[in-house]
Design a protein around this ligand. Structure first.
Ligand SMILES: [Cu+2]
Length: 169
């Protein structure tokens, strides 16, 4: 019976470690950083400071009623600011988009004129093992949040590993 209980604990801990590791790799990208989804932000330079991978999330933060988030189907519509055939539209003030596959995605604001004023974002999602564009820009501004996320999750993994060792002995 004791062996059976130990077996269950090991299984639970292994599952926990697997989930924690996956969480550590996924990132939330707050679009535009602290300024959020706003016309004053240069989204093209924000985009180039980030590396997007499958499993990550985009979080758009904005004032509802003033802005919205519209996903466009193609590069052509993105270039022309044509929101007539939008794939999706969100207007709640905090909109989360999960990047569930590789490739390009296009977003803009649904408010008249805001796309032309630069509220548009084109991102490329990479596979987990794909190497990103060279991150030659200063790392200070972009990557502070993910590092904090990673270190706390690493701690959980370390604790879980320790528990496994305890159970094994
Ligand atoms: Cu807008």
């Amino acid at each position: 019976m004791a062996m059976f209980c130990r077996g269950i604990v090991v299984v639970v801990v292994v599952i926990f470690v697997a989930v924690a590791t996956k969480e550590a790799l996924a990132k939330q990208h707050v679009v535009g950083g602290s300024q959020g989804w706003d016309a004053s932000v240069d989204f093209s330079s924000w985009e180039s400071s980030q590396t997007f991978r499958v499993g990550d999330q985009l979080v758009f933060k904005y004032t509802p009623g003033l802005h919205s988030v519209v996903e466009l189907a193609s590069e052509k519509e993105y270039t022309k600011c044509n929101i007539g055939n939008a794939l999706n539209s969100m207007n709640g003030g905090t909109s989360t988009v999960k990047l569930n596959k590789t490739g390009y995605r296009y977003f803009t604001c649904g408010t008249l004129g805001h796309c032309q004023e630069g509220m548009k974002l084109k991102i490329k999602t990479l596979a987990l093992n794909e190497s990103g564009p060279s991150t030659s820009t200063s790392p200070a501004s972009a990557s502070s949040a993910p590092i904090v996320l990673f270190s706390s999750t690493s701690m959980l993994i370390a604790i879980a590993m320790f528990l496994v060792l305890l159970v094994m002995v």
